[in-house]
Design a protein around this ligand. Structure first.
Ligand SMILES: [Zn+2]
Length: 153
C-alpha cells in the first residue's frame, strides 16, 4: 500500500518541504474539479444510508434487531468510508500529483507516476504500467533543455 508522500517517485529529488508544497498544489487542483466533490458527496450519502437502513433491512429479512447488527452496520459504514477514501485518493488525487510534477518539469507517467527520465524518445509506453507516454509540454521541455545547455558550458 502506498502511504502519504509516495505518489512522488522516490527518484525525484524533492525535499520534505517541496513535497508538501507539491501536495498542496495537487489538492487545489483536486478541489477545482467539481466531479471530485460530487463523487465524495454521493459516496458519503450512500455510506450513511447503508449505516442507517442496514439494521432495518436485516430486521425485515431475518427478523432480528439486536445490538450486534447495529455494531455491524457501523463497521460496514466505516469500511465503506475507508474504501471511498482510498479509491478517491488512488484514482482522483494521485493524477493531480503527477500533473503537478509534470508542470515542474519531471517527466512522470500520468497513470502510475513512474519517473520516465532518461528513456529514449522512441519508447512510447511506460515501462512500469504500460500506458501510453504523453510528451511533456514544450514550455518545460524547452526550459529543461536550456538548463542542460547552461550546464554544459
Ligand atoms: Zn506508468
Amino acid at each position: 500500500m502506498r502511504w502519504y508522500s509516495s505518489y512522488i517517485d522516490q527518484n525525484i529529488p524533492l525535499d520534505t518541504r517541496q513535497r508538501r508544497k507539491l501536495h498542496k498544489h495537487a489538492w487545489s487542483r483536486w478541489y477545482k474539479s467539481p466531479a471530485n466533490c460530487t463523487i465524495y458527496g454521493v459516496g458519503l450519502a450512500f455510506s450513511l444510508m447503508v449505516f442507517m437502513f442496514l439494521p432495518d433491512i436485516v430486521e425485515a429479512v431475518f427478523g432480528y434487531d439486536t445490538w450486534p447488527i447495529r455494531v455491524g452496520s457501523l463497521g460496514v459504514y466505516l469500511v465503506l468510508l475507508i474504501t471511498l477514501y482510498l479509491i478517491m485518493r488512488h484514482i482522483r488525487f494521485a493524477p493531480c500529483v503527477f500533473r503537478e510534477l509534470r508542470e515542474d518539469g519531471y517527466d512522470v507517467c500520468l497513470r502510475c507516476g513512474y519517473l520516465l527520465r532518461g528513456l529514449g524518445e522512441d519508447i512510447e509506453t511506460c515501462p512500469e504500467c504500460g500506458s501510453q507516454r504523453v510528451p511533456l509540454g514544450n514550455r518545460h521541455t524547452d526550459r529543461m533543455k536550456a538548463d542542460t545547455d547552461d550546464h554544459e558550458e
